[in-house]
Design a binder for this molecule. Sequence first.
Ligand SMILES: NC(=O)c1ccc[n+]([C@@H]2O[C@H](COP(=O)([O-])OP(=O)(O)OC[C@H]3O[C@@H](n4cnc5c(N)ncnc54)[C@H](OP(=O)(O)O)[C@@H]3O)[C@@H](O)[C@H]2O)c1
Length: 308
Amino acid sequence: MALENGEWTGSSSCRFPFWNNRRYPTSGPDGFDKMYLVHFSSEDPQSSMERWAGRVAVVTGASSGIGAAIAAELTKKGLKVVGLARRVERVQELSKSLQSATGKLYAVKCDVSNEPEVLAAFKWVKDNLRGVDVLINNAAVAYDTSLTGGSTEELKKMLDVNVLGLSVCTKQAFQSMKERGVDDGHIIHINSIWGHVPPGEIYAMYCATKHAVTALTEGLRREIIKLKSKIRVTSLSPGLVKTEMPPKEMLESRPALDAEDIADSVLYVLGTPPHVQVGRTFYTQTTASHVIWHWVRPTADLEVVEGV
Ligand SMILES: NC(=O)c1ccc[n+]([C@@H]2O[C@H](COP(=O)([O-])OP(=O)(O)OC[C@H]3O[C@@H](n4cnc5c(N)ncnc54)[C@H](OP(=O)(O)O)[C@@H]3O)[C@@H](O)[C@H]2O)c1
């Protein structure tokens, strides 16, 4: 890609053939007059997924929706994927459907809000597959619990799964990478648009847990840099996605993404060269009122250019 007269020309090989040799606007259609644009190498990010073949990814919440889609795509890309969930039989079924894939999906029963179960799951990974190279922190629960009269148990459950569960899995994955000298590992948090905008009158605690994920992403990134590690940290923030999580009436009345769209973004993020760190990425359905906005920082020598 090159910047010509304030516009990017897609002259390098892009994973989306449609965009090759086209001009990209430096401002989005919704009035974003500044976007952070990245000058990638000419290497096709899709093909660089090849470097992950044979490596080990743990996906939490692999029994449905986005987690199942991510687990399936990573397995097709040749990774050894460990899918954690309470409904482990669903992950086993998914694994059976992926028997012709170059990778393998292993189903491990685990409630991420139960620390001993998380430790046992990561021990299983260590004993059977040596350790973790990629962690996808996807498991979450969302209850529309009232702050002024709702169930404390539900409020606590959201914090236990979405915040503490994610943090315990992160710690175990980082330690697994560190003890094996893995310096190109990647930790991806499946966040939400609601992790960046203030909550409205619904789902306030769920929004709070996703805001926590935003803070935890940046905190982890900085802690990892301080430890002089090049393990990458990414937060992916979808808008509405067609899964079992959102209420039916919400899905019927608003534009929504497919779970596979988020899985595709995981492949994209993992496939960027090791010196590129995609920090936060927002995804919405095209007709929703946001543009896709990549916020990217260099880990070493990436050229980041601010558009005009
Ligand atoms: N759908 C959306 O509109 C949307 C939008 C933005 C962000 N997200 C985020 O995307 C992620 C995936 O959500 P989804 O839409 O795919 O929802 P989903 O279809 O309801 O899937 C949630 C997954 O989390 C797992 N899970 C829940 N509690 C768990 C626990 N205690 N231990 C282990 N696994 C647990 C579930 O597995 P078990 O029940 O089998 O344990 C299930 O596999 C979440 O982080 C969510 O916040 C979703």
